[in-house]
Design a protein around this ligand. Structure first.
Ligand SMILES: Cc1ncc(COP(=O)(O)O)c(C=O)c1O
Length: 388
């Protein structure tokens, strides 16, 4: 049922790409849409713009569909860190308030919170834990635990900021459980969705999530430097603007009307000019892929492909971090018996693209790969690891 053809996923022609947790090949229709926009701009500049005036409203609408939310809750950004900074810098913290995060978060979901320390806000970090019990000797990141969260939460906790999927180990948060935890305590749950959106379903309103910041060039296969941000209306109302320009004001093109009249919807955070070729690309790929297939269908296909890989992988040469179903994600981290970086270089000679992190090799296939691809990948891993 999935179109996995080389014409739509041309990277299949010359590689076996298992690094969608890094920088993905841009989806084909997205590339065409971006090119068309750039060609139009090269030919006519402002004169070419009118047919594109609806790009941004369509982007809001399509991302709203993806998140099962109102388009008004979507903002177009450039990356995860920008979304996080817009939120963190504008949040009405009082001295002594606390933010809880995890010690091994990606920097884009760490430094925006660290910036708040100058306001007298405390950043409390969850420890690294081994939920599988068999990786305790490893020094690489594994996961955080609900028990640690329960121990560390306090009456001063305002925000819990965690990745839906941890970038090193692939551990996925149980957002339902986390959302209920936050709702009971009136805490804002902020999610870094960079490693999940495009692979796992993420419906913020179902889980009581206040905000989700995303980079679009991983699992969404969009242009490098494109991002998106979801904010719930109540959360957005609380956030003070820390970036401002023409695009966030209701008077729009009336540039000399300088009244302070910001949008109340997600445009509040779209302070100025955006890369429209990115938006054109995103609209095309959302339509061609992520709104065409269900997110549940994509997740199931990715996990099925991982299972085929595991079926052929030699357990004497590799130990996979196989989390319980609700904690699995697009990233399958495996611990090789040999040096991971060397192994990644060696399998690259066979056309396999994988990214090592800490003691892991991250195997991150997307839905458009095939059963044969996964078997070939495992056999190549086995052959190269057996050489030591
Ligand atoms: C969990 C996570 N968040 C965010 C990012 C990217 O952040 P940014 O969009 O700020 O470059 C990555 C990239 O690897 C990531 O793994």
């Amino acid at each position: 049922m999935f179109d996995k053809s080389e014409s739509v996923f041309p990277s299949r022609k010359n590689s076996l790409f298992l690094a969608h947790c890094a920088i993905s090949p841009m989806q084909y229709q997205a590339k065409v849409a971006a090119q068309d926009f750039l060609t139009a701009m090269a030919e006519g500049g402002i004169c070419s713009l009118p047919p594109y005036f609806n790009l941004l409203p369509r982007f809001h609408q399509k991302c709203g569909q993806l998140f099962k939310t109102d388009p008004q809750n979507i903002s177009c950004t450039h990356n995860t860190a920008e979304g996080m900074c817009l939120i963190a810098n504008g949040y009405p913290f009082n001295k002594g308030d606390e933010i809880i995060s995890y010690v091994n978060e990606f920097p884009s979901n760490h430094y925006p919170w660290r910036l708040q320390e100058k306001k007298g806000v405390k950043l409390v970090l969850l420890d690294d834990k081994d939920p599988l019990g068999s990786f305790s000797s490893l020094r690489s990141p594994r996961a955080w635990s609900m028990k640690d969260l329960e121990d560390k939460v306090s009456s001063r906790t305002r925000i819990i900021a965690l990745s839906h999927v941890q970038f090193t180990s692939g551990y996925a948060a149980d957002l339902k459980e986390l959302g209920e935890f936050c709702q009971e305590r009136n805490i804002d749950l902020v999610i870094d969705g960079a490693q999940s959106v495009g692979c796992l379903p993420l419906y913020p309103e179902e889980y009581n999530v206040s905000a989700v910041a995303v980079s679009c060039w991983k699992w969404l296969m969009g242009p490098f430097g494109s991002g998106l941000l979801y904010t719930s209306p109540a959360f957005r109302d609380k956030i003070e603007m820390t970036m401002a320009g023409p695009a966030c004001m209701q008077q729009g093109l009336e540039y000399l009307d300088h009244r302070w009249h910001p949008h109340k919807d997600g445009r509040k955070f779209e302070y100025s000019s955006l890369a429209w070729e990115h938006i054109a690309a995103m609209n095309s790929l959302l339509e061609a892929v992520f709104l065409r297939y269900s997110m549940e269908g994509i997740r199931n296909e990715v996990l099925r492909l991982q299972d085929i890989f595991l079926e052929y992988l030699d357990p004497d040469l590799f130990r996979p971090l196989l989390f319980a179903d609700q904690h699995r994600s697009g990233i399958l981290a495996v611990v090789p018996s040999c040096d991971g970086r060397g192994l990644a270089d060696r399998v690259a000679k066979h056309g396999l693209v994988v990214t090592p992190r800490s003691d892991y090799i991250r195997v991150a296939p997307h839905f458009y790969l095939t059963d044969d691809d996964m078997k070939r990948a495992a056999e190549c891993f086995n052959m190269e690891a057996a050489k030591g």
